[in-house]
Write a protein that binds this ligand. Structure first.
Ligand SMILES: NC(=O)c1ccc[n+]([C@@H]2O[C@H](COP(=O)([O-])OP(=O)(O)OC[C@H]3O[C@@H](n4cnc5c(N)ncnc54)[C@H](OP(=O)(O)O)[C@@H]3O)[C@@H](O)[C@H]2O)c1
Length: 319
């Protein structure tokens, strides 16, 4: 049996990826601190061994890479790498030891879009600590793969959606009250003309990408893949669709950014700015062509499933 060690396998993506790996016949070892539980129960978890390690503490002690190597993985999936020195530490420990090393990046390796849908080959213009570090990790891993044969593959998800947590909403932030506003047919203000874009992906489609990359080793090693739904959506189109799900005519008003920002909490305004300043719109053509990635969910289908869960929990009210 081929052994997959997944670092951070009990979160959004792991909830879907771990059962897929078990069902495909892999022996799965999940490395986490043991604090999080997957969002949904699945019988596959009884066949999964969890090894409790705190990556931050282990990295400080210089032992994380060695501990992962000692689990004797054939494949490592690193879901939670956020700094270049973390990636380097792990690669040095695993060099020559694994068949494949898959790392989770983000579409925020891109800054503002140029050509859209943006291909993976578009020049990187990241900003902010998170996107900049992820771009450095990507550049490092691709260089290692292409120069020294380290078998790295990178998946770059968009805004991850699924039942169990609040999706990025039509105002570009995470307050689920925006859905209540639309469901009740109340007025919603959007920044600018509402034409900036967001690009979601269902967590199960992120899981699909990792499975396709493992199944298509020779096509995926040394490559990075956008991991998103088939098409980005504008804030306006997103808001109109959500209102329509509740039989409402959307009551949208559009405000210049400074006015719109003044009506939000600082946290909401910052989240929206981070999303619409980038306005991601990513191409999946390369993943389709090279490894047969075919998302099951459009952006709106993914959000619909997540919103249904929010309503069932009473977090979003429809009356
Ligand atoms: N969320 C998004 O919309 C989004 C978008 C693009 C890219 N991404 C990327 O997706 C990846 C995160 O995947 P996810 O959303 O599935 O993860 P997640 O839901 O945040 O779950 C994190 C996982 O890592 C474990 N973990 C956290 N801190 C740890 C530590 N110090 N040591 C060991 N384990 C630790 C958690 O378990 P314990 O808490 O039990 O340790 C859990 O299994 C990141 O690389 C992120 O950049 C996310």
């Amino acid at each position: 049996m081929s052994r997959v060690v997944i670092i951070g396998g009990s979160g959004h993506v792991g909830t879907y990826l771990v059962p897929r790996l078990v069902e495909a016949g892999f022996e799965v070892v999940n490395v986490s601190r043991g604090e999080r539980q997957p969002y949904q129960p699945h019988a596959a978890w009884k066949d999964v061994r969890t090894v409790m390690l705190d990556r931050d503490a282990e990295e400080k002690a210089g032992t994380f890479g060695r501990n992962i190597r000692e689990l004797k993985p054939d494949t490592v999936i690193d879901m939670i790498c956020f700094r270049l020195d973390s990636a380097k530490h792990l690669v040095e420990a695993l060099r020559g030891q694994v068949q494949q090393f898959l790392s989770c990046g983000t579409i925020w390796v891109h800054g503002p879009s140029i050509q859209v849908p943006a291909p993976e080959s578009q020049k990187r213009r990241p900003f902010g600590e998170y996107g900049t570090q992820k771009a450095e990790i990507e550049a490092y891993l691709l260089d290692e793969a292409r120069r020294s044969g380290f078998p790295a593959t990178i998946a770059h998800p968009g805004h991850i959606v699924g039942p169990g947590w609040a999706p990025l909403n039509p105002a570009g932030h995470f307050n689920p009250k925006v859905f209540t506003t639309l469901a009740r047919g109340e007025e919603l203000a959007l920044p600018n003309f509402g034409m900036e874009t967001v690009h979601h992906v269902h967590a199960d489609d992120v899981a699909q990408m990792f499975m396709r990359a493992i199944a298509n080793w020779s096509a995926s090693v040394g490559e990075a893949f956008h991991t998103v739904s088939p098409a980005a959506i504008s804030l306006r189109g997103y808001a109109e669709a959500v209102a329509g799900w509740f039989g409402r005519e959307p009551k949208l008003v559009f405000l210049p950014w400074p006015e719109w920002k003044a009506r939000q909490t600082d946290e909401e305004a910052q989240a929206t700015w981070e999303h619409i300043y980038r306005s991601p719109n990513s191409s999946i053509e390369k993943a389709r062509r090279l490894i047969g990635y075919e998302p099951r969910y459009t952006s709106l289908e993914a959000v619909y499933e997540s919103l249904t869960w929010l309503i069932e929990q009473g977090i979003v009210e429809t009356k």
